[in-house]
Design a protein around this ligand. Structure first.
Ligand SMILES: *[C@@H]1O[C@H](CO)[C@@H](O)[C@H](O)[C@H]1NC(C)=O
Ligand SMILES: *[C@@H]1O[C@H](CO)[C@@H](O)[C@H](O)[C@H]1NC(C)=O
Ligand SMILES: *[C@@H]1O[C@H](CO)[C@@H](O)[C@H](O)[C@H]1NC(C)=O
Ligand SMILES: *[C@@H]1O[C@H](CO)[C@@H](O)[C@H](O)[C@H]1NC(C)=O
Ligand SMILES: *[C@@H]1O[C@H](CO)[C@@H](O)[C@H](O)[C@H]1NC(C)=O
Length: 599
């Protein structure tokens, strides 16, 4: 067996002493009961109750209040209640601020401390002395609390680079004037942050204000990562309140600007979308996955001037602007350069080249040909049009067995198939060589009133351009009003003023031959008038002869015209009768004559 431990012996001795004391106290009946702790807010009133029991009457009981100086353990009296006299001790920090009510007779006294100060956070002792029952004491600790002011948070104003080798300051939280000392805890999103060597450093600092209240500051520094760009940081302040409850209050959240370098970049043609053609405005953009401000971007054609910036605009591009465009991002902190390229091809379609140029001359009945080409980087389609109508597809225009219908202007249109709105065109004039041919006019024979003007037109086909002469059958030259060139010849116009019947010739000649047409114009108005005049003259002549006849007759009839008439008529009676047999229309005459026969 081990020898007895000296400490066990000491404990045993103590127990013996305590037991003997207890037996002594059982005889003495004075007892004091007090709460262990009383919590109070700074400036409030604290009440400390001292309950006691004693066999003695009030007269024989003395009640005293002390506080204990924590550092030395020394007791200082602040209140004395003896023989019915109840008074605070003079010259103590409590003299003016305490009062005690209750009396020895009541079995309980309450000491009220007004306007509690931080330095009142002491242990208060209530000692009850009885003449017969001895002395008893109780203790209560007074705890003082002050709710701190709302905490503040300030984040780093500058952006923080992930390339920083030292820890970077994220922010500072501060809480002022609390008691007891509040604590500050940093949070990243919802996770508390603790110091980690070389990664995170949380540095708290406590200031005791002249008032005795505590102000706490906490500074967070850490190594920033790219993900921290999306994180929010905040502080939580915990502090005690009466009843030793822990309360907490949070600051608002801050976020920080995190700069991270570009690890890859992209360069692309922003516009035009699709194929690029000459004349377009080319826009090349460049962007990276980083955000570091001290990164310079340059864009340009390989081995040519690089333009600083993330956007390159080239107006009115030509095929010469085709090439490899490179974008470079240079990090000015690490001097790391990354680059990417994109290939630009500018499509083109040149003006058309038609062969032969401008004019083709083909003999009537012969074959002719024209070609149309336009240099292009694109697939193209060539179409020939005449008078807006498609006549042929392909580069070559074949004119077989040319006739005057073949003559005209042919337009060649070259269109790029892959790119909308890109086309070029040109035209060629086809002349069909042949002797003049005048189209038979619709009004080759016409009538017109005298003094009217007749417009005559002559549609002549033929090439070389025929010369047109207008003339009358009498050989007089009629001035030409106008000559209008057409695809296959010309239209010549002349105006003729009608004076009488006339034939007008339109004679067309060229080196290959001649042709003519005749317009026969009848003077419509003159014939009628002459006829009228002739009729009038005839009528006048008849009238004249009738009048003359009547005049001659009038000389006989002057005396017995009636008889003469009857006589004359009677002479004709036989003729009338004869007529009767074959002409009923003469019935009236017959009647008249018949009457006369009756006479
Ligand atoms: C102390 O005084 C207050 C009034 O000032 C009274 O309400 C309270 O009951 C008293 N306490 C005792 C123990 O007598
Ligand atoms: C503050 O932190 C200290 C040390 O961790 C702790 O003992 C104390 O209880 C904390 N106070 C509060 C109010 O949480
Ligand atoms: C575009 O370029 C062409 C050829 O270089 C030039 O003829 C034209 O005037 C330019 N147009 C503009 C708007 O600059
Ligand atoms: C363009 O970039 C690619 C990689 O993205 C590379 O393989 C190529 O060599 C580059 N071209 C030039 C001309 O630099
Ligand atoms: C026009 O043609 C007609 C008929 O062929 C001919 O008689 C006339 O002489 C010609 N006139 C001229 C001016 O050539």
């Amino acid at each position: 067996m081990a020898p007895p431990d000296p400490r066990s012996l000491l404990v045993f001795a103590l127990v013996v002493v305590l037991l003997s004391c207890h037996t002594w106290e059982v005889r003495a009946t004075a007892e004091v009961n007090m709460e262990d702790r009383v919590d109070v807010m700074l400036g409030d009133s604290a009440q400390i109750t001292c309950m006691f029991s004693s066999e003695d009457g009030p007269g024989g009981t003395m009640i005293q209040w002390f506080y204990q100086v924590a550092r030395t353990g020394e007791k200082k009296r602040i209140y004395n209640l003896e023989s019915g006299i109840s008074l605070p001790d003079k010259g103590t920090p409590f003299s003016e601020r305490i009062n005690v009510n209750g009396s020895a007779a009541s079995g309980a006294v309450v000491m009220t401390i007004n306007d509690v100060q931080l330095k009142d956070e002491l242990e208060f002792i209530c000692i009850v002395k009885s003449l017969t029952d001895g002395t008893a004491e109780g203790r209560t600790k007074l705890r003082v609390f002050q709710t701190p002011e709302a905490p503040t948070i300030i984040g780093a104003q500058q952006g923080i680079s992930v390339q920083e080798t030292d820890l970077s300051k994220i922010g500072t939280c501060e809480v002022k004037n609390g008691y007891p000392r509040p604590n500050i805890t940093w949070y990243k999103n919802t996770t508390p942050i603790h110091s980690i060597r070389d990664e995170v450093n949380v540095v708290p600092s406590v200031t005791t204000e002249s008032s005795g209240l505590y102000s706490v500051k906490s500074e967070l520094s850490m190594k920033v990562m790219k993900e921290d760009a999306d994180a929010v940081f905040s502080c939580e302040v915990t502090y005690f309140s009466p009843g030793c409850e822990t309360r907490m209050v949070e600051t608002s959240a801050i976020d920080i600007t995190v700069y991270y370098p570009h690890t890859s970049i992209k360069v692309w043609v922003e516009s035009p979308k699709g194929k690029i053609k000459e004349g377009d405005t080319l826009e090349i953009h460049c962007s990276g996955d980083g955000n570091h401000p001290s990164t310079t971007f340059n864009i340009g054609v390989e081995e040519k001037v690089l333009i600083e910036g993330k956007v390159l605009v080239v107006e009115n591009v030509t095929r010469l602007d085709s090439g490899v465009y490179r974008c470079t991002a240079l990090n000015m902190e690490s001097w790391i350069e990354i680059s990417e390229n994109t290939t630009v091809f500018v499509d083109y379609l040149e003006d058309v080249v038609i062969k032969p140029e401008k004019i083709i001359e083909v003999l009537q009945g012969d074959n002719g040909e024209a070609t149309c080409n336009a240099l292009s980087s694109l697939n193209t389609q060539t179409t020939w049009f005449k008078n807006g109508q498609e006549v042929s597809k392909g580069h070559t225009l074949s004119l077989n067995d040319a006739s005057f219908e073949t003559a005209g202007t042919y337009v060649c249109v070259v269109t790029a198939l892959e790119v909308d709105g890109v086309e070029r065109s040109g035209a060629v004039r086809v002349h069909v060589q042949g002797a003049p041919e005048i189209l038979t006019p619709e009004n080759a024979e016409l009538e017109e009133s005298v003094d009217q003007t007749v417009e005559l037109s002559c549609y002549v086909r033929g090439y070389p351009h025929p010369t047109v002469t207008w003339s009358t059958s009498e050989g007089k030259i009629v001035p030409t009003a106008s000559n209008t060139e057409t695809d296959d010849g010309l239209i010549s116009m002349a105006s003729v003023t009608v004076t009488g019947d006339v034939i007008v010739f339109c004679n067309a000649t060229n080196t290959l031959g001649e042709d003519s047409v005749a317009f026969s114009i009848k003077a419509k108005g003159s014939g009628v008038i002459i006829a009228v005049i002739i009729v009038c003259i005839l009528l006048l002549a008849i009238l004249g002869s009738v009048l003359y006849f009547l005049y001659k007759k009038g000389k006989i009839c002057g005396r017995s015209g009636k008889q003469d008439l009857n006589k004359g008529k009677a002479g004709k009676d036989n003729i009338v009768v004869e007529m009767k047999s074959d002409n009923t229309e003469e019935a009236v005459l017959l009647g008249v004559n018949g009457e006369k026969q009756l006479q």
